[in-house]
Design a protein around this ligand. Structure first.
Ligand SMILES: Nc1ncnc2c1ncn2[C@@H]1O[C@H](COP(=O)(O)OP(=O)(O)OP(=O)(O)O)[C@@H](O)[C@H]1O
Ligand SMILES: [Mg+2]
Length: 476
């Protein structure tokens, strides 16, 4: 999926590398870089200066030279989004509006369109914010040549087969940063977030980036296993430990030895079992149910919850000591509605991914669909977004997914509430009544004085008093 435009650009270009300068010709120009004719000596790579004219004005940008998969020479710009926006971004934007067509889907566009009316792609690249979103997205997906550090900050790839974690928003960059930091340690981690925000994915990412990656990642969902079975599930049991225990069974802690144990919905763990888990976290030893032998396991614990554990502690449902043990390292996953443009970037990504998965050639989302995605509050977060997009991809016959293809139930009570809050007429009426009553009290209902105070005519005062059903009137 291409999300930044590319235009033909066959102007003369000067390349500077140290003390040397070369002349060459451009092939095409994008926000990321410039493709040049294949004449440039390759011994100078990392720091080049590229100079050319844009609309008669000289521009010099720093860059890095490399050969792309088609063996063409490309200079990738190493400049701030602000600089790209004011130079190449403005130039490309002008060219796009001049051409009158969307550079992605060729649909006719107007100078006033910020997004393509058909495919919903950005059209104005003279804003540094737009450049930033695009760069962030592309760093991880396309420009493999950039450093791992830059790439990681945008898309966490390789978490497991076919699993990627996407985020360009500052809050998500902070999450990625913490994932990397925590992966380097063996301490427990507590992941907090609403349903569907990616808690399990985050836990897997930490595991994959840790030196336990080749060892098991075991998941135990504390809410879905009946509490009387959870203990046996975690710690295992010996033959005869309870009715039905006809052979020894290792617990998940043993199975996770050397790796990571993910305790999902930790807030639902029964109180008495929390003490046993705490002991394990202190000594990394345990006994199987019905067993006497003390066993050791080298397990990293990652716990997740979508409930407020502090509240659970106050209500006596969660042990404070366990909470402090678990929450030394914490990651808070922001709800999707607080991740800004990420919701659109992810939606486009999922359209691309799921349409490829089922062999359909869906090109993207319409502007209406994007507007709807932006305005919806996504209570089910990323999981809900995935479900909505997947369903639309499967059901639509169109090239572009439209708003009507998205099975989103916009919460009408929410929009009603908002319209109540913002309704000018209702507020005006309330204010009118308040002022009228105030004037009524001050003048003791003297219409002439009221008319003067309120700055309206006497008949109008009568009308309003009647409308708002206010007091007895004393006419002089
Ligand atoms: N940043 C992201 N980028 C791409 N996919 C994501 C991202 N976050 C979550 N997902 C996907 O969304 C779905 C839900 O994520 P996950 O199961 O990790 O959420 P969760 O917080 O554990 O949810 P729950 O509270 O319901 O258990 C998964 O399919 C996951 O791969
Ligand atoms: Mg989960």
């Amino acid at each position: 999926m291409r999300i930044s435009p590319r235009i033909q650009f066959t102007e003369n270009i000067i390349l500077e590398c140290g003390d040397e300068a070369f002349e060459t010709k451009g092939v095409d120009l994008s926000l990321q870089g410039i493709k040049i004719e294949n004449t440039y000596p390759e011994y100078c790579k990392d720091n080049v200066k590229v100079s050319f004219e844009l609309n008669g004005k000289p521009v010099t940008l720093n860059g890095k030279l490399y050969r792309n998969e088609q063996k063409e020479m490309v200079i990738v710009f190493k400049e701030s989004p602000e600089k790209i926006a004011e130079t190449v971004g403005s130039y490309i934007t002008n060219k796009i509006y001049e051409s009158g067509h969307c550079p992605f889907c060729e649909y006719p566009i107007q100078k006033t369109d910020k997004y393509c009316p058909k495919c919903g792609m950005y059209l104005n690249f003279s804003s540094s914010n737009v450049i930033k979103v695009i760069n962030d997205f592309k760093l991880g997906k396309v420009i493999e040549k950039l450093t791992q550090e830059e790439k990681d900050s945008i898309v966490e790839t390789g978490i497991s087969n076919n699993m990627e974690m996407i985020g360009t928003n500052e809050k998500m960059k902070e999450v990625f940063h913490l994932i990397r930091k925590y992966a380097a340690t063996d301490y427990p981690v507590l992941i907090v977030g609403e349903t569907g925000t990616g808690k399990e994915l985050t836990a897997r990412a930490i595991h994959q980036k840790s030196n336990r990656a080749n060892k098991p990642f075991i998941v135990v969902n504390c809410a879905s296993i009946p509490s009387e079975l959870l203990e046996a599930e975690l710690f295992g049991y010996e033959k005869g430990a309870f009715t039905g225990a006809d052979k020894r069974k290792p617990g998940k802690i043993e199975l996770a030895d050397g790796g990571t144990l993910f305790l999902d919905e930790i807030g639902d763990m029964p109180y008495n079992l929390q003490a046993k888990l705490l002991r394990f976290l202190q000594e990394y030893t345990f006994e199987r149910l019905g067993g006497t032998q003390t066993l050791k396991a080298d397990v990293r614990i990652i716990a997740a919850t979508n409930v407020n554990l502090k509240k659970a502690i106050e209500e006596g449902r969660f042990r404070e000591d366990l909470y402090y043990r678990l929450s030394v390292l914490t990651i808070e996953l922001p709800p999707l509605r607080e991740r800004g443009e990420d919701v659109v970037i992810m939606a486009k990504y999922f359209v691309d991914r799921y349409s490829k998965e089922i062999g359909k050639n869906i090109k993207g989302l319409t502007k209406d669909a994007i507007d709807l995605i932006r305005s919806y509050s996504w209570p089910g977060n990323v999981r809900e977004l995935i479900n909505v997009i997947r369903k639309a991809v499967v059901l639509t016959d169109k090239e572009y997914i439209d708003a009507e293809d998205l099975d989103i139930k916009v919460d009408s009570s929410e929009s009603e509430n908002i319209s109540n809050i913002l309704d000018i007429r209702k507020h005006t009426e309330r204010l009118e009544k308040k002022l009228l009553r105030e004037a009524f009290i001050r003048t003791r209902g003297n219409i002439t004085k009221m008319a003067k105070l309120l700055g309206i005519s006497r008949p109008k005062v009568y009308k309003l008093l009647e409308k708002h059903n206010i007091g007895e009137i004393h006419i002089k």
